[in-house]
Design a protein. Structure first.
Length: 173
């Protein structure tokens, strides 16, 4: 009788009945983690686009305010203190109202440069959601005011719940 010995190191594979389907669970978990990562990237892209739009509107507001400052500086008679104060008074626009809510009231300026500026702010190429009542130019020609000009522009971006505000202050001497 011939007896064959089992070779060392060769064993019968053990039954792994407890591990059936584990590869499927690992694959599903991998897909879940990948999907969450993609969703996070989409969310970050939306936030980046929103921030870029906000930056664009703020840059446009700064440019429009600077345009008005330039018009004031160029069109005020600088020969004396009295003529400066008289010239600046004509640029005042909606000088009262709640600054924080961007709801201004008062007398609109009769100056053609201010009217044109308000039209450019509220026009199609201006700031989104801007109205004439949301723009303000205050002038302080008192001794303690030093001919201070404050220009406030307000607008409401699409899908925004509150208006944005940009204020520039300058002094004319």
């Amino acid at each position: 009788m011939l007896i064959l010995a089992k070779p060392q190191g060769l064993r019968q594979p053990a039954r792994r009945s407890g591990q059936r389907g584990s590869f499927l669970i690992e694959a599903l978990l991998g897909i879940l983690i990948f999907s969450l990562g993609i969703l996070a990237l989409v969310g970050m892209q939306a936030a980046a686009i929103s921030a870029q739009s906000d930056a664009r509107y703020r840059t446009e507001a700064a440019n429009l305010a600077q345009q008005m400052i330039n018009n004031i500086w160029l069109n005020v008679d600088h020969t004396s203190s009295a003529t400066i104060q008289t010239g600046l008074a004509g640029f005042a626009h909606l000088t009262s109202g709640a600054v924080n809510s961007c709801s201004f009231s008062g007398t609109a300026s009769g100056n053609a440069l201010v009217s044109s500026w308000v039209t450019s702010v509220t026009g199609a190429s201006g700031l989104p959601g801007a109205t004439a009542a949301m723009q303000q130019i205050t002038v302080d020609t008192s001794v303690s005011g030093y001919n201070k000009i404050a220009i406030t522009l307000c607008w409401q971006a699409p899908r925004a719940t509150t208006p944005n505000r940009h204020t520039v202050v300058t002094y004319v001497n």
